[in-house]
Design a protein around this ligand. Structure first.
Ligand code: AFP
Length: 298
């Protein structure tokens, strides 16, 4: 049995990065506990105009405070905050992007939701995803799992009854698989996207879509296939956020041998212009992402 601490100690990540990963991963326990008391909506909306669940605002405040106190982080950008939070007094050089609670509209129906985090160095979050030093997500399902990369492949840990992470799967590789899921209403899909989905269906791909990106991606990571949230008529940039959702998940996918694109280019190479920028997104098995590029770019 290998614990998260033992795994991190065996990596080439610097001491402060290991400390930061451990600190963020440890927040799964208070977040899980908070679900019991935060089941409703907060009566507020985020920068993208989405209704915030009480858990969205709680998890956002909680993780932000932990990061502020850590002394390791100079900037935090969160899906639930309008602006980038600067922490000039920090002695550390890391910058954190996060979706504190992804899929939060599913809390009230008890489906799996998660916390997505990306970590950069050089004290700024305004960097393309490929520059990330580490990315992780905690998925709160029947088990709480931590999927982590520090740039040395992808590992999945499970939180045990003593609140300790133990390695569940080492060096995860995304298979080609046959699952697909797409956001956006069919009536507003572009012709190219509809054609791509038709091909998947004709080739026997099975539909899997819960409305929680982190849960839907975890399934793709394990079984292979593709998750899409495309550009749609009237919303040419799709729905998902480049910095908080696309980049950390894309970094993990790529580390597992998969790929991510916006229909034209690798999402991880996009230079962010503003924190809440959105991007069309296709993430999954490498062969399928190549097919997306072939279908959407012709
Ligand atoms: P919430 O965190 O507000 O529930 O949004 C979830 C999300 O950003 C992502 O996790 C889902 O994949 C996507 O939205 C679902 O969007 P649709 O409801 O349009 O399918």
């Amino acid at each position: 049995m290998i614990t998260l601490e033992e795994y991190l100690d065996g990596t080439g990540a610097e001491q402060e990065l290991k400390e930061l990963v451990r600190l963020i991963a440890a927040q799964a326990t208070p977040i899980r506990e908070a679900f019991l008391t935060n089941q409703t909506y907060a009566g507020t909306t985020n920068q993208s105009g989405e209704e915030q669940a009480a858990m969205d605002t709680w998890a956002d405040r909680h993780i932000t405070e932990v990061l502020q106190r850590s002394g390791l982080v100079r900037e935090v950008a969160s899906e639930e905050q309008n602006d980038i939070l600067k922490i000039p007094e920090s002695h550390g050089e890391y910058a954190v992007v996060m979706d504190p609670l992804d899929g939060s509209s599913l809390i009230q129906v008890n489906l799996a939701v998660g916390t997505i985090v990306g970590i950069y160095d050089h004290g700024t979050v305004m960097q393309p995803g490929e520059k990330m030093r580490a990315a992780l997500y905690m998925l709160y399902g029947p088990m709480t799992v931590l999927t982590l990369t520090v740039g040395e492949g992808v590992q999945i840990f499970a939180l045990d009854n003593n609140n300790q992470y133990v390695l569940l799967e080492a060096d995860v590789k995304m298979p080609e698989g046959n699952l697909y899921g797409s956001g956006g209403l069919r009536t507003v899909w572009t012709e190219e996207h509809a054609r791509f989905i038709d091909t998947c269906e004709q080739e026997g791909y099975k539909l899997r879509y819960s409305g929680s990106f982190v849960a839907d991606f975890h399934q793709i990571l394990k079984y292979g296939g593709i998750y899409c949230y495309p550009a749609v008529v009237g919303k040419e940039r799709g729905k998902l956020r480049l910095m908080f959702e696309a980049n950390p998940i894309g970094f993990i996918a790529t580390q597992a041998g998969g790929a991510i694109c916006d229909g034209r280019m690798n999402v991880l190479t996009i230079n962010p212009e503003k924190p809440h920028q959105k991007t069309p997104l296709y993430v999954g098995s490498k062969g399928l992402i190549e097919k997306v590029n072939g279908t959407l770019c012709t």
